[in-house]
Ligand binder design. Sequence first.
Ligand code: PLP
Length: 452
Amino acid sequence: SKHSELEELDKKHYLHPTTIPKTHAEQGPKLTFAEGEGIYVRDVNGEKYIDGLSMLWNVNLGHGQQELADVAKEQMSKLAFSSSFAGYSNEPAVRLAEKLASLAPGDLNSVFYTSGGSESNDTAFKLSRFYWTLKGKSEKTKIIGIKQAYHGVTIAAQTATSIPLFHDFSGSKISEVFHANPHLTNCERGDKSDPNYEGCIRDIVEKEGADTIAAVIIEPVQGSGGVHVPPEGYLEAVRDLCDEFGILFIADEVICGFGRTGTMFGVENWGVVPDLMSVAKGISSGYSQLGGVLIKESIRDVLVQYDQVLAHGFTYSGHPTACAVALKNIEILERDQIVANTKNMEYELRAGFEYLQDKHPTFTKSRAVGLLAGFELYADRDSGKPFDSTILPSAEVVEECFKRKLILRALSSNVGRNIVAIAPPLIINKQQIDDMINILDDSITVFEKKFC
Ligand code: PLP
């Protein structure tokens, strides 16, 4: 069959991301995707699945969106690619830049384009350092991230990423990145009597010296690290801290941006305006490979003050086809009121979580900000006792869901692999949320029979 032929070729020639090459070479892919429509995808055998994670948290408008396909074809036929270097520009890149400026919070009014999230974060670090150098503070180079963060895999982004699997891979790191304990609102507000003070961002700033620190980078809602929602006041406290010490605040909106959290950008949930904002993924719903860094006016003002080359850029910075697709993607988000739908579906999902919580003694700590959601599984949820370390609860449940044709993702917490992440396309409706909850219900039932 076509499937087995593809599988053999795949095993032999295709080295996959975040996969054990040995296992892949022996077993091949679990699934080979072929087509999709809305929240559904089909594999090469015609089996239909619910895409409960929007693939990699990015296909916000869902699959098979013809208007995005059409605009890509139109732009490719007209001018697929143009340089954006040294004096050249193109219309889709300019129109999108203006659109992003109008959407972004505060005065984040200019954009530097990339092809994805890792490139965006590396760019944000380099722009931060460039900015401080122009301001005569070239010793401000250090970056502070928070623990369990995921910021991508290019070497600087990988270093800012704190999840050990990625952070440590191949020993590739830059120096001068620090990871703070996350979500310590009181400590970030300066409460030194708090027993957790050591290791908070403020503590690191005080120890290293603010005059050595370029920027703090934070995902408004931490995605791959476990779908962790910041407590009230936390992002505001970090914003204040950055202002107090003269440190740039980079928001990594790669997952949160473009409606995912029920607002256009994640930071809007807390009324915080960062200095730089990394975007990718949902900017094009994954239909084109695009990212960018949004930059506030006062930083741009400094860049345009000096006769200094911004010696940074990718061949595909400002790719006209990618930008045309993103522009259409944003137009549809607004026209079809997808952000409002996301908020409404958050409530449906929360209702489903309440039902699961009532029914299943292992189910707890559910959270949803828009359609960025998750829950955790414990042997005893009241005491917080995890399952025995030989059991991978979320992997078990995710596998049961997979058997029932729902694709989700298992993530790890500090007590093991016990978090299930849920982030369906933002076009999802109530019936489809119910379908996901029913599959989760059956899957957790099987899991509990097996392990409780
Ligand atoms: N930042 C965040 C928050 C992400 O979730 C990701 C990818 O999952 C990245 C950055 C890296 O983006 P990319 O894989 O497009 O390089």
